[in-house]
Ligand binder design. Structure first.
Ligand code: ZN
Length: 152
């Protein structure tokens, strides 16, 4: 009987450890395609992560000049303004306004078959804040956007 309860306890501890790890969202993996879509509408990260990694894989075949994708992280209220200014920033700046304080993080612009990633400190985000992730290629943010949920 003693042995049984010991193993049950061990199982319980293992399950608790597994849950703690699952709750620790420090990586977001997005896929973008030739249909101008991200595979996720919502992603969750934790502000307590020392480092948050945002990964993007372009699963399409079209070149960056025609169907380029990036990932920009910003407050939801700033998304439209950044997307407008991104057009002026142009392709040489990966369609991200240079030195723009509204941009919390942004990846490079990639084409079909390519991958990119960025990291940011979790403390740059506030738990419960209203954030979006989106592609700032001209015209894409109307479809290529999602909610970035930030937990503690
Ligand atoms: Zn795009």
């Amino acid at each position: 009987m003693k042995i049984v309860s010991a193993s049950l306890l061990a199982l319980g501890l293992l399950a608790a450890a597994g849950m703690a790890q699952a709750a620790n969202n420090c990586t977001v993996s997005l896929k973008g395609d030739d249909a101008m879509k991200f595979d996720l509408k919502t992603a969750t990260v934790s502000a307590s992560c020392a480092t948050i990694t945002i990964e993007l894989a372009h699963t399409g075949k079209m070149p960056a000049a025609a169907m380029g994708h990036n990932v920009v992280i910003a407050a939801a209220k700033d998304m439209d303004g950044i997307a407008r200014d991104a057009i002026k920033a142009g392709v040489t700046n990966h369609y991200v306004p240079k030195g723009d304080a509204r941009v919390i993080a942004s990846t490079t612009l990639i084409g079909g078959g390519q991958k990119t990633r960025i990291t940011l400190p979790g403390k740059k985000l506030t738990a419960g804040g209203d954030y979006n992730f989106f592609c700032s290629f001209p015209g894409h943010s109307t479809l290529m956007k999602g909610k970035l949920v930030v937990t503690k």
